[in-house]
Design a protein around this ligand. Structure first.
Ligand code: F6P
Length: 384
């Protein structure tokens, strides 16, 4: 380089205080979209995050992930997520890199706060961080919270994505997490069937689902159970025992799948338990109760609770696909300013429902459900 050009470059740098912009500074210039995983976890959450980040980067956005769901917005705990720090294994890996929490709301100092204070803080943080949109991956309770938040501040741009193993969210055929939970439950029940056959036992197997019987029904059908007990309708224990007696007269063992929140026609028993550490009730013990009831006639009956294994497991291909559809569509919605919606899947395509138009946030099985009819046609005992 000759001396004249060198002098010019040095003068230019000194005059304009030119510095190279770091990658971090560059990324701060990009419009930001927030994302969080609310409530209990399930398989498929990481797949949603992965898909959202990939689409966001295509459209020139930066994604910030809040830790421990809404707690992360309240406490301003977040991190930037980019394809530099995540990889395709997110598609199959269960859990959530953003962590999850069902604990009661607290502020930065650990003081318990009301839901109104929490809402206020979410709105403040959203504006403080200058977010262009927020992707809220949650259950039916989250849809309610998002409806309330967007009523309080219509300038928020929220896209809700339905996830739960319970599959009890309205306005979608399926929630992320359900398919993997059924896959995991099915494979666990098959292992229990092996031992039931060897010992000629009745096995009563409790699955999760809260007030919705989708896991029990789908896993029960998938393993060809002898009885499926759903929480939507009361169970007549005497009729169940009669059915199991008939089965035992034909083959040496029987499989009863019971959803954790069932209730009984002729017996008083509550499975619902209160908790002071989490913000909702939980269920416990119904398989054991039914086992004790059947034991009077079949002493070798056993119970088994599948529990939280249903929330893990390598994400099924079906959950990966809908998670990818949801993550992608959520970014498209924010980009097009078509927000304050709940995403859903209908006949394989993504659909959107305006949060303000949602009357009922939960859904349950109806007794005319085609899968209930299928189970009955197959000779399975189903309370309906
Ligand atoms: O809602 C999902 C779910 O797994 C339910 O099926 C179950 O009743 C509950 O969460 C368990 O919650 P926790 O992880 O707080 O015990």
């Amino acid at each position: 380089m000759n001396l004249k050009i060198l002098k010019f470059v040095v003068t230019f740098l000194l005059l304009f205080n030119f510095q190279e912009i770091s990658a971090e500074e560059k990324s701060l210039e990009k419009p930001r979209i927030g994302i969080l995983t609310s409530g209990g976890d399930c398989s498929g959450l990481n797949a949603i995050i992965y898909s959202a980040v990939r689409r966001a980067e295509q459209l020139g956005y930066q994604v910030v992930g809040f830790k421990y769901g809404v707690h992360g917005i309240i406490k301003e705990e977040y991190e930037t997520i980019s394809t530099d720090n995540i990889d395709r294994d997110m598609l199959s890996k269960c859990g959530t890199i953003l962590h999850a929490s069902t604990k009661v709301l607290t502020d930065k100092n650990g003081r318990q706060i009301s839901t109104d204070e929490g809402d206020q803080k979410v709105i403040e943080t959203y504006h403080k961080l200058n977010l262009n949109g927020l992707i809220y991956i949650g259950g039916d309770g989250s849809t309610k919270v998002m409806k309330k938040l967007t009523d309080k501040d219509p300038s928020l741009n929220i896209v809700s994505i339905p996830k739960t193993i319970d599959n009890d969210i309205s306005n979608t055929d399926q929630a992320v997490g359900f398919s993997t939970a059924v896959k995991v439950a099915t494979s666990a029940i098959e292992k229990i069937i092996d031992t039931a056959k060897s010992h000629s036992r009745i096995m009563v197997i409790e699955v999760m689902g809260r007030a919705a019987g989708y896991i029990a029904l789908y896993a029960g059908l998938a393993v060809g159970a002898d009885a499926i007990l759903l929480p939507e309708f009361e169970v007549n224990l005497d009729s169940l025992k009669k059915h199991i007696t008939d089965i035992k007269n034909k083959k040496n063992y029987a499989i009863v799948i019971v959803s954790e929140a069932v209730s009984f026609k002729d017996h008083e028993y509550t499975t619902q338990q209160l908790s002071d550490t989490i913000s909702r009730t939980y269920y416990k013990g119904v398989a054991e109760y039914i086992k004790n009831y059947l034991k009077t006639d079949f002493p070798d009956t056993r119970s088994c609770v599948l529990g939280h294994i249903q929330r893990g497991g390598k994400t099924s291909f079906e959950d990966r696909i809908i998670a990818t559809q949801f993550g992608n569509e959520a970014i498209n919605c924010i980009h097009k300013n078509d927000t304050n919606v709940l995403l859903g899947i209908q006949n394989g395509k993504t659909i959107k429902t305006k949060l303000k138009d949602i009357k009922q946030t939960t859904r349950k099985l109806h007794n005319d459900d085609p899968m209930i009819k299928l189970a009955i046609d197959q000779g399975i005992f189903v309370n309906h």
